[in-house]
Design a binder for this molecule. Structure first.
Ligand code: FE
Ligand code: CA
Length: 526
């Protein structure tokens, strides 16, 4: 049994106080007498079912995806729901008190999808704030706040963007998410390690069985998403999101599981990957229908006027196995330097090329998992590199840099997670030539809670010396990054939690960086 706190009153209050009231943006529906009445044709959940909160995702100019899951006992089989098909009513309003409802509807929550619902609300006005909630039987969900993207031609749009990744439940408290929710960003980008597939040790109990099939992956999402701070972050803004490795298994690569951990219980690898992908879909506000196999396209584009074009990448599903042996960090070999090495796969690279070629946004953004810029622990070849990162796939990185150079040579931003450390780097056309073209900047976003290494901090001066394009790094602190973006500049505040292993630790800005359009990265807080 896992101890959980679930302060619904607090979450609802947070959601209610969020932001200024939206402007009336669409047809106003008369209040429906059925909304406040229990449904008649469907069973009602036996206990309060909205224990995992609400979420929204992937804004288009006129559409937004709403999500919830019925789960009275979120770490139990089927979330504690008795078998059946349950009506879930939803409504979307232009005010936080839900007085001016502009859309409503009814969805069915089914056992095959873990009683989750994904609603693609269309026909909305661009660049507006909305509020939404769900009802099942007599139970009302908390209220969430969300936004549509600005018009595609909008040059004056601004984007307040939160970057998060790596939230091992056992390792710490999600204080970073409370701070994020208070900042009321327009959009949250999560770049992976939303769950960890096996139990870690630390300050919170996550001693569930290692996730290998649908029930065990679902239980992990049930535990992680029961956290009220994570729920507050989902309830404050739409998210765009992609997985890294731990949503399936540490360091898996495409069709290859990690060498040191054969798939438990003798299951074929494809079945484990399919279960992991399905459980991720069930717990996130996806626009696409559910995956039906171990193959599921997740790379997609989020456009924010003529300010930012965000390409959400998948660097796990299509990559070749990590080269040069089982160690993450080691010397390069022929495989890491081969011309045909794959990180994104041909289809995703083609899609990225076409997207960059068609983009008229000031900033082209890659929201992705692993460190992109060269990071030599020992420079040269073979040198010493982290071969799970783009450094292990040199020609694949070259194809992305070529796409930048040909189609969008200035003002590129790479947003990165995975390594539980914060950092800032110039993007260069050739990392072995410091005078080569500057393509933009990479922001590496530390971790929400997953443990970093204070020991590694002592290696930072050597790393910075070996890699002059890496401008700053900090391995010691957990948090998130608040990006504020318009056509003139990209500003990033690294928000650091003083100590994520204790609840409600203070959060402060530990470093601020800015890159002016067509300019160079500079630190602005010193
Ligand atoms: Fe991680
Ligand atoms: Ca990872």
């Amino acid at each position: 049994m896992v101890a959980m706190s679930n302060d619904r009153t607090q979450l609802t209050r947070r959601a209610f106080v969020a932001g200024a009231a939206g402007m009336a943006g669409a047809l106003v529906l008369p209040s429906s007498p059925t909304w406040s009445m229990p449904g008649e044709r469907s069973p009602a959940p036996a206990a309060y079912p909205f224990t995992l909160g609400v979420a929204s995702g992937d804004p288009l100019t006129t559409a937004i995806v709403l999500w919830t899951r019925l789960a009275p006992e979120p770490t139990e089989l089927d979330g504690g729901m008795a078998r059946g098909v349950y009506d879930v009513d939803w409504e979307l309003a232009t005010d936080p008190e839900m007085r001016t409802v502009v859309r409503r509807g009814r969805a069915a929550a089914r056992r095959r999808d873990a009683y989750s619902v994904h609603i693609d609300v269309r026909g909305l006005h661009p660049g507006r704030t909305f509020w939404y909630r769900f009802r099942s039987g007599p139970h009302l969900s908390p209220i969430g706040r969300t936004r549509t993207a600005p018009r595609l031609r909008d040059r004056r749009a601004e984007l307040s963007l939160a970057l998060v990744s790596c939230q091992r439940y056992a390792s710490g408290y999600y204080t970073a998410y409370d701070d994020l929710a208070a900042a009321e960003p327009d959009l949250v980008a999560h770049v992976g390690d939303y769950i960890y597939e096996s139990a870690g040790t630390g300050v919170r109990d996550e001693s569930l069985p290692t996730a290998v099939d649908l029930p065990t992956y679902r239980a992990r999402y049930g535990l992680y998403k029961s956290d009220p701070s994570l729920q507050a972050a989902h309830a404050i803004a739409p998210w765009t999101f992609t997985w890294d490795d731990h949503e399936v298994e540490n360091n898996y690569a495409g069709d290859t599981p990690q060498l040191s951990s054969p798939t438990p219980l003798g299951r074929p690898w494809e079945r484990r990957r399919a279960a992991a992908y399905k459980a991720y879909w069930e717990h996130m506000p996806f626009r696409r229908p559910a995956p039906t196999s171990a193959d599921f396209r997740i790379h997609r584009r989020v456009r924010w006027g003529r300010v930012a074009d965000i390409f959400v990448l998948d660097t796990r599903q299509y990559r070749d196995d990590q080269p040069c042996g089982p160690a993450d960090i080691g010397p390069r070999c022929d495989d890491s330097l081969a011309d045909d090495t794959r990180m994104l796969g041909g289809r995703q690279v083609g899609w990225l090329n076409r997207g960059l070629a068609s983009s008229d946004a000031r900033w082209a953004v890659l929201a992705q998992q692993v460190v992109f810029s060269q990071l030599a622990f020992v420079p040269g070849d073979p040198g010493v590199y982290n071969l799970d990162q783009w450094d292990g796939y040199v020609a694949a990185r070259g194809r992305v840099q070529q796409a930048f150079t040909e189609h969008h040579p200035d003002n590129n931003v790479v947003l990165t997670g995975d390594i539980h450390a914060a950092g800032v780097s110039d993007l260069l056309a050739d990392y072995d030539d410091p005078t080569s073209a500057n393509l933009g900047a990479e922001f590496i976003g530390t971790s929400v809670s997953s443990g970093g290494s204070s020991a590694l901090q002592s290696a930072i001066p050597t790393v910075l010396n070996n890699n002059p394009h890496i401008r700053w790094a900090d391995t010691t602190r957990r948090g998130w990054v608040h990006h504020r973006v318009d056509r003139d500049s990209w500003k990033a505040d690294f928000r650091f939690v003083t100590d994520a292993t204790v609840p409600d630790s203070p959060v402060e800005t530990g470093a601020s960086w800015e890159i002016p359009a067509f300019g160079q990265l500079e630190r602005t807080d010193q």
